[in-house]
Design a protein around this ligand. Structure first.
Ligand code: PEP
Length: 256
């Protein structure tokens, strides 16, 4: 088995239904035996039924790794925070992963790198594995500030959590100009940034640099996945739009 098992994670965003979870579970029993680890991140209200479905499909899955993730988490442990959901609640709902710092949350809900670092810390403290999203805007790329932006987003977490922050975490490189736009990064662009992230983390800990999984996200589809996923530092994908189509999502899982 390779040091880094590929992963394909589906971020449904505010889409999907119970029926989609059922459709996916049926298909997952047809995953290859040595397939990528598959994660679905439905809206919070569907987590409990998805968790139940997973439990009921255990036999058909026969050891294939299919797991649940949440799309967001509170940076508070518990208390008077109306509308928020805590990491321990997500654990109780069967989640192993949580997406943190997605560009939509940074952009539309004012999540600063500081808040993102707090969420990352709380998720790990309560037993969830963060999938940390990082990525540059088009303006930053055009100004040749891509590496600076990504380094800043990684450093905010390392400064808060410490040098072992990424010992139990996944990173998703999601250039903002590629998320939901239909315009993916080229395999070379993705590889360049993934190699930078790995190098940066290797400087903190060579062991972590080598073992951390770095996913690419941004308009991945069956027609471009093979080229993206075959890059040496790309360990799979974080998938938005295509994760809502059970057949296409399965195709991505097979490609990874
Ligand atoms: C995402 O939302 O994380 C994402 C990558 O979306 P899409 O695949 O639709 O670009």
């Amino acid at each position: 088995m390779a040091l880094r098992r590929p992963m394909v994670a589906g971020n449904w965003k505010m889409n999907g239904s119970r029926q989609l979870a059922q459709e996916l579970m049926k298909k997952f029993s047809r995953l290859k035996d040595d397939s990528a680890e598959v994660v679905i991140c439905p809206p919070t209200v569907y987590l409990e039924s998805a968790s139940q479905l997973l439990e009921n499909s255990k036999q058909e899955l026969d050891g294939r790794l299919v797991r649940l993730g949440a799309q967001n988490v509170s940076h508070h442990e518990f208390g008077a925070y109306t509308g928020e959901v805590s990491a321990s609640m997500l654990r109780e709902f069967g989640c192993k992963y949580v997406i943190i710092g997605h560009s939509e949350r940074r952009r539309m809900y004012g999540e600063t790198s500081d808040i993102v670092a707090n969420k990352f810390e709380m998720a790990q403290k309560l037993g969830l594995t963060p999938i940390l999203c990082v990525g540059e805007s088009l303006a930053a790329r055009e100004a040749r500030r891509t590496f600076e932006v990504i380094a800043g987003e990684l450093d905010a977490v390392i400064e808060r959590v410490g040098t072992m922050a990424f010992d139990n975490a996944i990173i998703a490189y999601e250039p903002l100009w590629a998320v939901g736009t239909g315009k993916s990064a080229t395999p070379e662009q993705a590889q360049e940034v993934h190699a930078f992230i790995r190098q940066r983390l290797s400087e903190v800990s060579p062991f972590i640099g080598e073992k951390i999984r770095i996913l690419y996200g941004g308009s991945v589809k069956p027609s471009n996945a093979a080229d993206l996923f075959s890059q040496p530092d790309v360990d799979g994908g974080l998938i938005g739009g295509v994760s809502l189509n059970a057949s296409e999502f399965m195709a991505l899982c097979d490609i990874a």
